[in-house]
Write a protein of this length. Sequence first.
Length: 487
Amino acid sequence: MRQVTSRQGLRTPTLHSSTGPAARASRLDRPLSGWWCALGWLAATGVFFGLVLALGGANPTDSPESTFTTLAIGHGQLACAYPPGDASALPALISPLYPLLAGAVEAVTGIGHTYAFPSQSALGPGCSTAMQHALLYGSAAILRIGYLGWVALLAGLVALLRACGRGRCVWEPVTLLIVAALPSVLMTLTNAFHPQDMLAMGLALGGLAGARRGSWIWAGSLLGLAITSQQFALLVLVPLLVIVPHNRRIRFAGAAAVAAAFVVVPLVVITSGRALRWAVLGSGTGAPDASTLIAKFPIHGPIVLESRMLPIALSIVLAWWAVRRLGPAVLEPIPLVSLVATSLGLRLVFEDHMLGYYPMAMVVSLVTLSVVRGRFSPYMVAWLGFVALGYYPLPWGFSPLTYEIAPWVRQILILSSGIVLAVGPLTSAALATNPFRHFGGGTFLSPRRHEGTGSALNDPHDGLALGLGDSGGRGSAGYLEQSPSGH
């Protein structure tokens, strides 16, 4: 601890050391010019591209789910973009937003035009034989378009950081560099070809930024688009629908519905209704892994609906409880990001597979939560390493943890700790805040602004809010103040 000499010659400790957490936070809060921010974006993009290429580039596994539809759109064969066939047969197809964007890029740039796409006659009457051609395009050069998913994720992160008061300072490039190197983010391309996950997460983060700024039409529009890229975006949209101010709810929900319909309805009409099934359920409708946690539940028949509806139902309950406790303060940065991170974590609890790119959305949201709080706790760092070791497969090779421990055990170990990390700041705020104002005496809610974040809620806990960390008996410090009467 740095010391200063008083007039009496005694050495007195100052409040902060020059190398302690407060000093480090101060350095990270230093503002950056627009040029330095742009350099940070380029550096993070270079890290992402470089690591993906070092790990072998985009993996064509699962690419037929998107490349055939992309090529059909790029070649003007929209009617066959979602061909008829057995919905349970491979390849499955994905929601339409990414294929539409990638198809537009392919048409403009000519990427993929070197591959002979089937003629209308070869696709058969009513596209009856189109599915036979889908597997032929798994290794096409069009996979390079998938890197644009990172651009969407980067843009969403920047928008949310700036809406939460952590943008345009050193925190911004540091956060982007961390996210660019996360294994679960890299594995959206290196483990299997799922750029639509990054696209959806980027749009969802942009929607959260809109909610933070009170731009509910923008928030709804971006989240509506996110759902048409990957359905896990519902776990961001639904909690927001619960906590949105009453006089903005119709505007928010209407914008989301219009944006989703703008993407889905034309394709549904052009494909004679075939695109609707993939737009609603996406590609994750295959046979479940019998060793996952939800497979142990006494559920008969397909479990895809249960694995998706249960986390949505729980996220509604959590959002309802949070808004009851916090009121409008639930839209402050820390409670808001904590709520969304928890909601995305619930998806993994009920997921019927454990693949390396699955935790991407939860991991990114937890990293964002740590940045909004202003520090990375040791628990968070340890958990990120646990996720990298526990989800199959590691991008760099063999991991005994993923082969010798049953998936349902790993789900319990990894996700229970992850959800505690995610929900901790929300429960800390909700349980420490008196939901009622008492005028004329007693205590009343008088939140102070969170230093560096623009949040009206301080986060008094350095560790976890549920029994771990540095609460130090400060349960309501920063949330409740005494009234002027002194009671």
